[in-house]
Write a protein that binds this ligand. Structure first.
Ligand SMILES: *Cc1c(COP(=O)(O)O)cnc(C)c1O
Length: 423
């Protein structure tokens, strides 16, 4: 089996290669070239002693079965999860990984494990709405507190949020999503890790640094190269990439991942065998798919920017030269993503006329899939966000979000062109 950790006896493979070969050894499954799907709820033991040894290995981490592949019951782990998790860790360059039944299940696992009553989370805004609600509405019911920064490239702004939180109790978690969606706001991950050091100096305890890497995905932003502790990815988006399943991952240091694995068996939020197999298959091509989607997105964004009915385009690649955000973009991002927004002259009526005239592009709120998806932000993804807050983050009544997919770019542009005539 291959691992991303340096091993002098083995050649070092790049993430593109690891995405195809890591985690699976044909010797383990009748030499089948591809991993089978183990559709089973439970696993049998050849003897009572082996059953005991397997349980001991799982719960105590030692004994004759430790490091082996003994399984107990699929909620605790199954062969498809082992393969997928080894591959997810290898691609990210992390020690270990866990796969969950959704991105939100992964975020919830981190919050429940590492944000205790009396402790605080400091996070960036905007953050994916489900995570924002987790930090600010759900977790406070268990006694935690939260504070947020709005400029993830500005140390003073981020530090002020940390000070506000520390005044209420120790900060246990620093959490960032970068780039933000659909605002393209960036969080400087080097700065985030530096802030963790400042918090540690101030309160005598280092907070865990967690980054949501869903939007650029594992090939175009490498959080562990910046020193973060945990990375959460909604695999539903680019990694699975076909808008046909939900899954999530946590990657990171072994000492942080191991307790989460034992908790996952209680929450019951593991990824099932069939979906794990589908994600494993998707990971082999995620770098190709995201590269093509990003190429298409650049062309579409450039075309929209020049259109007379479009007031503006919020696209990471258009981050103005000479700004701190541009410097972060160039240092940290290996691509500009393929999910962005554009703003029509006018409001909801104009946006709805355009959307209802589309023939090829599908109206839906997912992103990162093979088909281009489009939605009116204010009435869908940001339906529950107060109007003033929405406008403050640049989402007007004429804002439309686009997740550019893998269709021929000329067909995408032609559909947008004919629909814009209806505005
Ligand atoms: C979609 C998304 C999530 C939640 O993932 P699910 O798989 O839908 O539960 C979390 N973070 C970001 C940035 C997302 O886009």
């Amino acid at each position: 089996m291959l691992s991303a950790m340096p091993d002098p006896k083995k050649p070092q493979f790049r993430p593109e290669t690891l995405a195809i070969v890591s985690g699976y050894n044909p010797e383990d499954a009748s030499r089948s070239a591809k991993p089978p799907v183990y559709m089973t709820a439970t696993f049998t033991y050849p003897s009572a002693q082996v059953a005991k040894d397997v349980h001991r290995a799982y719960f105590d981490g030692d004994g004759p079965e430790a490091g082996g592949s003994g399984h107990i019951y699929s909620r605790l782990g199954h062969p498809g999860l082992d393969i997928l998790e080894e591959r997810l860790a290898a691609i990210d360059g992390a020690d270990a990984a866990l796969a969950y039944c959704s991105g939100m299940a992964a975020h919830t696992a981190v919050a429940l494990a590492y944000l205790k009553p009396g402790e605080g989370v400091v996070h960036g805004r905007p953050f994916y709405s489900g995570v924002d609600g987790l930090f600010n509405e759900i977790m406070p019911q268990f006694g935690s507190h939260s504070a947020y920064w709005t400029d993830g490239c500005d140390e003073a702004n981020m530090w002020a949020a940390c000070e506000a939180a520390m005044a209420r109790g120790p900060v246990a978690l620093l959490a960032a999503e970068s780039p933000g969606n659909p605002t393209a706001a960036l969080v400087d991950l080097d700065l985030l890790v530096k802030i963790a050091g400042r918090v540690e100096a101030a309160q005598g305890r280092r907070p865990i640094v967690m980054v949501d890497n869903t939007l650029l995905g594992p090939f175009h932003q490498r959080p562990f190269e910046h020193g973060v502790d945990l990375c959460v990815t909604s695999l539903t988006k680019y990694c699975a990439g076909h808008s046909d399943l939900l899954a999530g991952a946590i990657t990171g240091r072994k000492d942080l991942i191991d307790p989460l694995k034992l908790q996952r068996l209680v929450w019951g939020s593991h990824l099932d065998p069939y979906t794990a197999w589908l994600v494993l298959r998707s990971l082999e091509t995620v770098h190709l798919r995201t590269e093509r989607a990003m190429e298409n997105a650049l062309d579409v964004a450039t075309w929209l920017r020049a259109h007379p009915k479009v007031a503006g385009v919020t696209y990471l690649g258009f981050t103005p030269e000479g700004t701190p955000a541009r410097a972060v973009f160039e240092r940290q991002c290996k691509g500009a993503g393929s999910t962005f927004s554009f703003h029509l002259h006018g409001g909801e009526a104009e946006a709805f006329r355009m959307l209802d005239s589309l023939k090829l592009l599908k109206m839906a709120v997912n992103l990162g899939g093979s088909n281009t998806l489009i939605c009116h932000s204010a009435s869908t993804t940001h339906y529950a966000v107060a109007r003033e807050m929405r406008l403050a983050s640049g989402i007007t009544d004429g804002t439309i979000r686009l997740s550019v997919g893998l269709e021929h770019v000329d067909d995408i542009i032609a559909d947008l062109a004919q629909a814009l005539e209806a505005v």
